[in-house]
Design a protein around this ligand. Structure first.
Ligand SMILES: Cc1cc2nc3c(=O)[nH]c(=O)nc-3n(C[C@H](O)[C@H](O)[C@H](O)COP(=O)(O)OP(=O)(O)OC[C@H]3O[C@@H](n4cnc5c(N)ncnc54)[C@H](O)[C@@H]3O)c2cc1C
Length: 292
């Protein structure tokens, strides 16, 4: 089967957007191709006349500190993110999430840009970026723009990016003393791709209480969300057994987990969510304690 007719390499964002304009349609961007090419091959995505490869755009391949922010280029292979000392220091949730995507071969090609642009509500890298409160930098014919990570999604598999809009990279705050993050997930045995449930936590500890916290589960609805009412239970409180019990009860009342034919029942997801919450929030808390 023909997956594309014309494959173009872009060396700058301007070139990529111009190539998109002028390309024989239908056209789309490709990074690692680990989602897109498989979907075209399996018939769940229409075949493209033109693919525009974003992997040679230097600013999309950078991973660096910019003042008070960490910047991860959207085309950095996720294996590089996982192994980065900078990401391990500032965002363990992101290092852990990207380290669980596929196997080594997939991780050497897959990118965070593709993980987010594909807009699946349980994508691992994306869920970790939600807990880090990441901002996406995008580029289109109207220039650069910045968007909150949660504003990038319209529905399962449907991103809110414009047709010619490129995810250039993601930024989030550097880690300050007393802050920590963590990620974990549960997969079907021998499962590939998306997990039954994943979970990311970022928190700030002060004077033995959780001063601030961000919590995300995937999938927990058609688009990624934060578990805001669960966060409220922790804010301003000690990380005691009593707080964790109230947080678990709040998951049952306020977070939406559905049954999906291929993965799990909603009951099982509620069960896992409580166990994951207790595990992951304690890891983030201990990490926060290391730098207080
Ligand atoms: C065997 C296997 C195992 C996998 N396991 C996991 C897993 O455990 N967890 C998980 O989350 N995912 C998993 N995946 C899915 C996939 O690898 C990831 O979602 C990956 O991060 C996608 O990135 P990519 O660069 O390959 O995207 P691509 O396939 O290149 O692109 C995906 C989509 O995003 C668009 N796109 C890509 N880059 C950009 C950009 N910079 N700006 C705008 N649009 C863009 C493309 O047009 C396309 O629509 C797995 C896939 C395979 C094949």
């Amino acid at each position: 089967m023909t997956i594309w007719k014309d494959y173009q390499l872009a060396y700058s964002l301007v070139e990529a957007v111009e190539a998109y304009d002028q390309a024989e349609k239908p056209v789309c961007f490709v990074s690692g191709g680990t989602d897109l090419l498989l979907e075209i091959q399996q018939g769940s995505h229409p075949a493209m006349k033109t693919l525009i490869d974003l992997n040679h755009i230097n600013e999309m391949r950078e991973l660096k500190v910019m003042g008070e922010q960490i910047f991860i280029g959207a085309a950095v292979p996720v294996s590089q993110i996982t192994n980065s000392a900078l990401i391990k220091e500032h965002a363990m949730a992101v290092a852990e999430a990207t380290g669980l995507i596929g196997g080594p071969q997939v991780r050497n090609s897959a990118t965070l840009g593709g993980n987010v642009a594909h807009a699946l509500p349980a994508a691992d890298g994306m869920i970790s970026l939600v807990a880090m409160d990441a901002i996406a930098i995008t580029y289109s014919h109207s220039g650069y723009s910045k968007k909150k990570i949660l504003d990038l999604f319209k529905g399962p598999g449907v991103s809110a990016l414009g047709n010619d809009e490129i995810l250039v990279g993601f930024e989030f705050q550097i880690k300050k003393p007393g802050e920590g993050s963590a990620f974990d997930r549960v997969m079907r045995p021998q499962g590939v791709a998306l997990p039954i449930l994943n979970h990311a936590v970022w928190l700030r500890k002060k004077d033995d209480v959780v001063e601030d916290v961000r919590i995300s589960f995937g999938p927990s609805g058609p688009v990624p969300t934060r578990a805001l009412l669960v966060e409220e239970v922790f804010r301003g409180n000690k990380l005691s057994d009593e707080t964790i019990s109230r947080a678990k009860a709040t998951i049952l009342k306020t977070v939406k987990f559905r049954t999906s034919k291929m993965r799990a029942t909603s009951e099982y997801r509620y069960h896992l969510a409580q166990a994951l919450l207790e595990k992951v929030v304690k890891i983030a808390w201990n990490r926060a304690g290391e730098t207080e």
